[in-house]
Write a protein that binds this ligand. Structure first.
Ligand code: ZN
Length: 460
């Protein structure tokens, strides 16, 4: 929680003499400074400042802005606040000493990390003879470069950024809105330009875009769409790719945005072509990232049935699996024979693994479960189904765990490859990974689409 200081200045200024006003202001300032020092210790250096501009007899504004104790950043925020007052006065013209007109500026901090901060200013203008006018402005600032960021500034390759964002948003609106999104509006995402984004924020692990998805747009159309930084790793400047953990968790701010899911890669599957699913069990491990590199190189997807207790040690690999379109399945917490366990022990094996995957990937939830050694009974099947996970076995077993010989395993894969096959491999043996890497290149060369198990189930 951020503490903001409530110290509403009472509106009896007109009757107070100027000298009393000055003394009063000084007292308030001393008071605020005292409180700020206490707040400072409790909130890891974010302090709330109040603006005083001495151009009017009547103080017709109540302006709060945060200070992060980074000189130029604080100056930008202060200048922003000052400019709002000056614009308000400009609109008031010769009525700026009339206390019935009032400007209020409050803020919330959406994100406060080591690299960037995102502040939302909430402004309300009250003209005494009109309804109040409320508006919001979002500022994202780089604490190291000490500057306010424009949307363009966060990308290293702007044409690539426009192309990727256009594709992500197109797929998002096409898939997530149950066909409600007008197809004419979808077309604009094929020629997407960065200036369509009116506003943005960086949060701990996402870029939040504010824009109007329809054309022509109205202000009421504005939507907030969050895209995980991982999905944008190829287009973001390096300093914005990594997650930027919140220094202070602000539970009060619940940003209302939709999260763009992983692009639905199945759109690229040709249902009439031949396809098979490579599956890798018992990882993640130290060989997994090499495998991911090769899968990416050949535009191939695979399904990883992971052992829950290994997941936290390979969080980077887990994130890549999710971001690069692979499927992640549940292969239990520590690989027991599930048919020898009680119901509660089986549940624990499933649930701990689901949680580990969700935590490592930022929310990916497996829908497949492969029982260790293929050992399954009615209790296992029922408890798996209750968690939305389909029990998934295989159609080809090259016995790579027994035959630690890359040539042997490669030959097994290639000789058994056929449309609609699910091939069992283990990405913890160097021989298996070597064999898989050769097979991926050659299967692609033979025209196989390498798809996930869920994609295979969908098309076959
Ligand atoms: Zn296994």
């Amino acid at each position: 929680m951020y503490k903001t200081i409530k110290q509403r200045v009472s509106a009896t200024w007109a009757s107070v003499s100027l000298s009393a006003l000055v003394v009063g202001l000084l007292l308030i300032i001393v008071c605020i400074i005292t409180i700020l020092n206490i707040v400072d210790e409790n909130t890891q250096a974010v302090t709330s400042s109040r603006l005083t501009v001495n151009d009017t007899v009547v103080k017709n504004y109540d302006i709060a802005y945060p200070a992060f104790h980074v000189e130029k950043v604080d100056q930008i925020l202060r200048n922003y606040a000052t400019r709002q007052v000056e614009e308000f006065w400009h609109e008031l013209g010769d009525k700026k000493n009339d206390p019935r007109h009032f400007l209020t500026l409050k803020y919330t901090i959406l994100h406060y990390g080591a690299t960037t901060v995102s502040v939302i200013f909430h402004e309300q203008k009250q003209f005494y003879d009109k309804p109040p006018i409320a508006s919001q402005q979002r500022l994202t600032l780089d604490l190291k470069e000490q500057k306010r960021l424009a949307f363009n500034d966060i990308f290293k390759d702007k044409p690539a950024a426009a192309a990727l964002l256009g594709r992500l948003l197109h797929d998002y609106f096409a898939n997530e809105t149950n066909g409600q999104f007008p197809s004419a509006d979808l077309q604009q995402y094929q020629h997407f330009t960065l200036d369509l984004i009116k506003d943005f924020n960086l949060t701990q692990d996402a870029v939040v875009l504010y824009f109007n998805p329809h054309e022509p747009s109205s202000p009421q159309d504005t939507q907030a769409i969050a895209i995980k930084r991982d999905l944008l790793r190829d287009i973001l400047r390096p300093s914005y790719v990594a997650a930027d953990p919140d220094k202070v968790k602000n539970e009060a701010v619940q940003p209302a945005y939709s999260i763009v899911k992983l692009p639905r890669r199945s759109a690229t599957v040709d249902p009439s072509g031949k396809m098979l699913a490579l599956t890798f069990d018992d990882g993640p491990g130290s060989l997994t990232s090499r495998l991911l590199d090769v899968l990416k190189q050949y535009d191939a997807r695979a399904t990883f049935f992971v052992i829950g207790r290994q997941v936290s040690g390979y969080a980077g690999e887990m994130k890549r699996m999710a971001a690069e379109g692979h499927e992640i399945g549940n292969h239990t917490w520590d690989h027991p024979n599930l048919t020898l366990l009680s119901a509660s022990e089986i549940q624990r094996q499933f649930d701990l693994t689901q949680q580990a995957v969700q935590q490592a990937t930022g929310g990916y939830t497996p829908v497949l479960m492969r029982p260790p050694m293929g050992m399954v009974n009615d209790t296992v099947a029922t408890l798996s189904a209750a968690r939305g996970m389909a029990v998934t076995l295989w159609s080809v077993d090259p016995k790579d765990w027994l035959n630690r010989n890359a040539n042997f395993v490669y030959n097994q894969i290639m000789s058994s490859a056929a449309d609609n096959r699910i091939i069992l491999l283990h990405d913890i043996h160097p021989t298996s990974v070597d064999a898989a890497i050769r097979a991926i290149a050659d299967l692609r060369g033979q025209g196989y689409q390498l798809v996930t198990v869920s994609e295979l189930n969908h098309y076959r």
